[in-house]
Design a protein around this ligand. Structure first.
Ligand SMILES: Nc1nc2c(ncn2[C@@H]2O[C@H](COP(=O)(O)OP(=O)(O)O)[C@@H](O)[C@H]2O)c(=O)[nH]1
Ligand SMILES: [Mg+2]
Length: 173
């Protein structure tokens, strides 16, 4: 059992089925665990797991519940978080609208810490383009890395988390 203190709590958010649990699990050596987070109404099960980076920093990664009815839980998780990974499922009907929901709900966390956006199930040439997604993010005041990824590929998820950590470091979070 590793007892290094937790350096960062990072949230993975996005629509149901986008791959939050898969992304977090892909980084872990141990199985995902589920904890009840009390948002004041009822306990909600939240997936999480810890990874220890090569430099010894320990990260706790959370997959937020996807549905909007969990907005109070999102707020509770965001309070303690140190960064946000927004996953966009490009195969859904309106990825721009999906992105907007998460950027709006987590605006405070993003402003305080940082954000990266991973786009899954992106087919070549499909609309909206990554540029269009970046422009939409910018309209929400969020200028951050946007990269295509397959959440099942550990190296790709790790690269996205690295982009987030670089951002946190440069912002002194
Ligand atoms: N075929 C395919 N499956 C994917 C892709 N991205 C994610 N998945 C699958 O989609 C599912 C996502 O489920 P999960 O991680 O539980 O989503 P969550 O609701 O966001 O936690 C998993 O079974 C992934 O393997 C992709 O690009 N292609
Ligand atoms: Mg999940």
């Amino acid at each position: 059992m590793n007892t290094t203190p937790i350096v960062h709590r990072i949230l993975f958010t996005g629509t149901m089925g986008v791959g939050k649990s898969t992304a977090v699990a892909s980084l872990l050596d141990a199985p995902l665990v589920s904890t009840n987070i009390d948002d004041g109404k009822a306990p909600v099960a939240v997936d999480h797991g810890d990874i220890v980076l090569d430099n010894g920093d320990r990260l706790r990664l959370y997959g937020t519940p996807g549905q909007r009815r969990f907005e109070p839980t999102w707020r509770a998780l965001a309070e303690d978080a140190m960064g946000l990974v927004v996953l966009v499922d490009h195969a859904r009907s309106d990825p721009l609208a999906d992105l907007a929901i998460y950027l709006e709900n987590f605006a405070g966390l993003i402003a305080r810490t940082g954000c990266v956006i991973g786009v899954g199930r992106l087919r070549p040439g499909a609309s909206p383009s990554l540029d269009a997604l970046a422009e939409a993010a910018a309209r929400h005041g969020v200028v951050c890395p946007i990269v295509p990824l397959d959440v099942r590929e550990r190296t790709q998820v790790l690269a996205l988390v690295d982009l987030l950590l670089v951002q946190l470091e440069s912002r002194g979070v």
